[in-house]
Design a binder for this molecule. Structure first.
Ligand code: CUA
Length: 347
């Protein structure tokens, strides 16, 4: 929480806010206005009820105040008609809220059949966003030259087309996370071992922040992403550029490895400056002798790195939790080689 408070809002990609302190967030999806309307209805209902109840209370306190030491209250039993009215009227409003909410909830739960399929994976503390129609890597704001990207441009990016329905199929590899796009008014828990789905049609172009909104550990508050709504005719090209993970002809293997390192979200757990996060730092790692959890020794070389990518829990270095997801099927041989070259270069 502290970390996100220190980051200026423009760095988080927060959309422009209205100057009015009463304004809600931008309504950037098809669900947003309906949710705001219901929210406003409930708020007004609460405000009116409060005025009626507190008003009657103050009025009766004054009207039936004790006027002298011998002023005794008449014995009060009950008033059937009054009690019926004050139960029935709120009950009708509660039913209205239920039916209204249920109708909106049904719309939220039923994606149109032509929705674009996007996959989201949550893990401590990173969202991986993948497009089955565009195999490659998960998308970041600027993966093409990731090394030069400012830190806030390395956030995972959900690229969606204006006016087209999108369905997210989401899961988690470790604990419970929750995928929340405030400007779209959509939020859903992401649970390990099952899929959760969410759908929306973006109705406003622009960049909108995405948060993890279920406390999931130390770095919960930095588990951010960004939704970018682009014109539909730009969508295909933007996604293709963001997910591209082939080696550029001019790129060295180590530079390609660095790009894969960033795009695949490895910096969430590994650093290259010696700082130990969830996993070991890559600085000076190549050729090092490490002690494994079972006490045996291993040298960090090609085979060890390859095995750690494919079966991360096979040989755990002492003191590190078994938290790395497998990259089996996600990296080809050239990409594994590039990562090895990248780790080799971190001396
Ligand atoms: Cu993931 Cu909080």
């Amino acid at each position: 929480v502290t970390a996100s408070l220190l980051i200026p809002p423009e760095k988080l990609g927060t959309p422009e806010m209205s100057d009015s302190p009463w304004a809600l967030l931008p309504t950037a999806s098809n669900h947003a206005q309906a949710l705001d309307d219901l929210y406003l209805f409930i708020t007004l209902l609460c405000a009116i009820s409060m005025v009626l109840v507190i008003g009657a209370m103050v009025y009766f306190m004054f009207k039936y105040r004790q006027r002298g030491p011998n002023d005794k209250t008449d014995p009060i039993t009950h008033n059937g008609r009054l009690e019926f009215i004050w139960s029935a009227i709120p009950a009708v409003f509660l039913v209205v809220i239920f039916v209204w909410g249920e109708l909106d909830f049904m719309k939220l739960s039923a994606p149109p059949s032509d929705a674009i399929d996007i996959r989201i994976t949550g893990q401590k503390w990173l969202w991986t966003i993948e497009y089955p129609a565009h195999p490659g890597g998960p998308s970041l704001t600027c993966p093409r030259n990731a090394a030069e990207c400012p830190a806030e441009e390395k956030t995972p990016t959900l690229i969606v087309p204006l006016g087209k329905p999108v369905q997210l199929t989401m899961t988690s590899v470790d604990v419970l996370h929750s995928f929340y796009i405030p400007a779209f008014r959509t939020k859903k828990d992401v649970v390990p071992g099952r899929y959760a789905t969410m759908w929306f049609t973006p109705i406003k172009e622009g960049e909108f922040p995405i948060f993890c909104t279920e406390y999931c550990g130390d770095e919960h508050s930095s588990m951010l992403a960004k939704a970018i709504v682009v014109p539909p005719e730009q969508y295909e090209a933007r996604v293709a550029a963001a997910t591209k993970l082939e080696r550029e002809t001019t790129e060295t293997m180590a530079a390609y490895g660095q790009r894969i390192f960033t795009v695949m979200g490895c910096p969430a757990c590994h650093t290259t400056d010696g700082t130990v996060k969830v996993g070991p730092s890559f600085k000076g790692l190549w050729g090092k002798q490490e002690t494994l959890a079972d006490g045996s020794r291993v040298e960090i070389e090609d085979n060890y790195i390859r095995e750690s990518l494919m079966e991360p829990n096979a040989k755990l270095v002492q003191g590190f939790p078994p938290q790395m997801p497998t990259f089996q099927g996600k990296l080809n041989e050239e990409q594994v080689t590039a990562l090895i070259e990248f780790i080799k270069a971190q001396q």
